[in-house]
Write a protein that binds this ligand. Sequence first.
Ligand SMILES: Nc1ncnc2c1ncn2[C@@H]1O[C@H](COP(=O)(O)OP(=O)(O)OP(=O)(O)O)[C@@H](O)[C@H]1O
Ligand SMILES: [Mg+2]
Length: 376
Amino acid sequence: MQVKRIIHINVSFTLMLSWDETLFKNPEVFDPDYIPDELLFRDGQIRQLVSCIKPAMLNSSPINAFCLGPPSTGKTSTIRYVLREAERETGLLYSYIRIPRFKEPYKVFSKIFQDVLGQQSPPSGISKTVLMDRVWSNLDEPLLVVLDDINFLGKNYANEILYEILKAPDEYGVKVGIVAAATDVKFPLLLDPFVGASFHYMEIHYPSYGYAEIEGILRKRVEHGFYEGVFDDGAFRRVVELAYRASDVRYGIYLLKAAGMNAESRGSRKVEERDVEVAHAGESLSFIAKILTALNSEERAVLRMIYSQNAISTGDLYEQVCSEIKMSYRKYYNILEKLERLKLIEISFGEKGRGKTRYVQGKYDAEVVDRAMQLI
Ligand SMILES: Nc1ncnc2c1ncn2[C@@H]1O[C@H](COP(=O)(O)OP(=O)(O)OP(=O)(O)O)[C@@H](O)[C@H]1O
Ligand SMILES: [Mg+2]
């Protein structure tokens, strides 16, 4: 008996991670700013970007480009990848501006000033016109201005910034081009006709990734980020499934890292499915709780009913709602629309009797939504 117990302790000890061991071979591959050496499934977009930037490498004006596509489809990554290569090869001069950090024209112009002149812009007090006059007057090589996430700019600011850059070749004889990126494919239509008329660009499209593409991208991250054999197959499949459901590679990368950290914190040498579930539940909980704060008590009541059962027809649900709260059909319908817009529920068509009926059901795990309700 005694011997058996000792063996048991030894076995479980080898499965444990000692305090100075880690499962992560290269933790930086999970950083939000990490640019992989190889960007899968984006050869076409990279080629288009290169063709826009190439003229600048040959001392002419870069061609304007607009990268358009849903979140997490590789717009920022492909742009930064191409810039990195171009800088390595020819020392391309560029100013990369992530708009959410530089939301006003003055801040954008200051960043361009800093990148072109290699010094901090003068403290405010100097006007935008003087600031940009110094930039253009000192520019003696082709410049590429990247306006990433440009849809974070209000319409007026976007017009002002684009206009300032687009008029520079005529007014100062400089060579400058713009690469912009936006998630809203309609964004270019918002621009003033005046700006639009001189803003000619190549449109580069970034479609959402399919299941196999998400799997391929995440597999590469596991290979680079974790020691071999550490990430369990089932756990990996679960990450792919969750990332696919959210249509978000970025979420998948987050889950890989968070699951790895969960496994480490319980001292395990393997990342298992339960580590992924803990990461996912924690993330969905805070995410859902945040969305729920946008709902009033009636909307929450309807949501609670939807989550208390399986898919239900919108007509049957209305009857249930009316038995608890007095509500017109119009109001009920508006609530359903809002819940669908917030992606808390899913409405789909199904057969019922002879006709087509709309069915409604929750998108998240009912238990997680219930816990989120209690948090707010
Ligand atoms: N083709 C790819 N190969 C490898 N990693 C990728 C690829 N596409 C996206 N990723 C990874 O997915 C995450 C999101 O990509 P990225 O930031 O480039 O998307 P985006 O289109 O700019 O999104 P957003 O519209 O939210 O700014 C990053 O961590 C990136 O490394
Ligand atoms: Mg981006």
